[in-house]
Design a protein. Structure first.
Length: 157
């Protein structure tokens, strides 16, 4: 009997900073635990601004500093995402509002839509956009994503 595959989509505004970091962190966690075949992992944007672009150079640099490679190309979420993913985890209230609005246009939406920060043991609900910040802001996003992704993975077993 085939093991059930779970799926998670990480979402932020443009899919070049926070959500690709979260996706890469989660992918590394499941790979390190040798359960990557049990998870379908992706990331996307609520906007269409950066479709086809690589993640921000500072996001890639931050991930590399932690031994993680990422080869993601930004994409906008689709109606199908609300039907194919078990979880859609986003970074802030604006993302959450946009996702809830979009999900209302999808018949039989099955995805559980929530803030990734809901899983933070340090209770930092919002993962702030580091785009207009510096390397330290990307590091903060990385650390939040590690905490949240570990807790999410633990809770979703």
């Amino acid at each position: 009997m085939a093991a059930e595959v779970k799926s998670v989509l990480f979402v932020c505004l443009g899919n070049i900073c926070r959500s690709p970091i979260a996706e890469a962190v989660f992918r590394k966690l499941v790979t390190d635990e040798n359960i990557e075949n049990k998870w379908m992992t992706d990331s996307g944007a609520v906007s269409d601004w950066n479709v086809g672009c690589s993640p921000d150079a500072r996001a890639l640099s931050c991930l590399r500093n932690h031994g993680i490679e990422a080869a993601h190309k930004a994409r906008q979420i689709t109606k199908d995402d609300f039907l194919t993913f078990d979880y859609i985890l986003c970074m802030d209230e604006s993302n959450l509002r946009d996702l809830k609005r979009k999900s209302n246009q999808v018949k039989n939406c099955t995805a559980k839509i929530e803030l990734l920060g809901n899983y933070d043991p340090q209770k930092q609900l919002i993962i702030e956009d580091p785009y207009y910040g510096n390397e330290k802001d990307f590091e903060t996003v990385y650390e939040q994503c590690v905490r949240c992704c570990k807790a999410f993975l633990e809770k979703s077993r």
